[in-house]
Write a new protein. Structure first.
Length: 289
């Protein structure tokens, strides 16, 4: 039996974990990173799920709206939800500049404040993968999608550049709490299929590449991530009192970029991601006895 004290302790620990996640994504400048490096991914996911006018769409872990804004552009009714509302201002400014309207809602991907089956399409690009408890987030993602509705998830793969980035940072980072899963596991077909289970049908998966060619040197990309990308910023902050290990991580990140560099004269990287689409299984209606 779980005692009230242990339940309270677990709830307190979860709140503290989510507070750290929120602070991590609010640090740096993720909206600029998304605009600089990831702008095409929102359109990729919106097209893959056939979003159109009349659809009720939820973008989970929407950040500054990289998916939500292209979805709203189709005429759909869109809600952009995220644990870190500090990211919404940049999204609102972009939406206003493009002349589209959508709602912005602070929400934990593991405890969404929406009704069962409220949305026709539920999307997440480089978002839900960062929720610490994968099964809880997947359960919520399916729950808020109506039976027969569409689900679309775009995630970095473990083998791709960003997956390797997390593997490179892991030895330098604080040990995560028990039960927290690595984000790039969402880029594994078997892992995501297991999370969604038999609640979905018509599952399709495809591995694709995003070309990143805006950096001249590996050191430039490393420094860009150190100043803008929350997870990288968090690891370096944890090393503030250990300059030798911080210098070692500096060197390891440069080597990671060099190892993946396909360019000649400037840095060119192909970042692999998994695109998954599915349909929430329709409710089975009992036949006559």
């Amino acid at each position: 039996m779980t005692s009230p004290t242990s339940t309270g302790t677990a709830a307190d620990a979860d709140r503290a974990l989510k507070a750290r996640h929120r602070a991590m994504w609010a640090s740096g400048d993720y909206p600029t990173l998304a605009a600089d490096l990831l702008p095409e991914l929102g359109d990729v996911l919106v097209r893959a799920c056939g979003v159109s006018g009349g659809d009720r769409v939820l973008d989970i872990a929407a950040g500054s709206g990289n998916v939500a804004i292209p979805a709203a552009r189709t005429g759909a009714t869109v809600v952009a939800s995220d644990l870190t509302p500090e990211l919404f201002d940049a999204g609102r400014a972009r939406a206003a500049a493009e002349g589209v309207e959508l709602a912005w809602r602070e929400a934990d991907a593991e405890a969404l404040p929406f009704a069962d089956g409220e949305f026709d399409v539920v999307l997440s690009a480089i978002g839900v993968m960062f929720a610490p408890h994968h099964q809880a987030a997947a359960d919520e993602l399916v729950r808020v999608c109506r039976p027969g509705g569409r689900i679309g998830i775009l995630s970095w793969t473990p083998e791709g550049f960003i997956g390797q980035l997390f593997a490179t940072m892991k030895p330098y980072a604080p040990t995560p709490p028990p039960g927290v899963s690595p984000p790039p596991k969402w880029g594994s077909e078997d892992h995501v299929r297991a999370l969604l289970g038999d609640r979905v049908t018509d599952v399709t998966t495809e591995r694709r590449m995003l070309r990143v060619d805006r950096f001249d040197r590996p050191e430039e990309l490393r420094d860009y991530f150190k100043s803008r990308y929350g997870p990288t910023i968090a690891v370096f902050r944890s090393l503030a009192e250990d300059p030798d290990r911080a210098a070692a991580l500096d060197a390891d990140l440069v080597e990671l970029v060099r190892r993946n560099d396909r360019g000649s004269g400037s840095t060119v990287l192909d970042w692999e991601y998994l695109l998954l689409t599915a349909t929430r299984k329709r409710e089975t209606v009992p036949g006559p006895r």
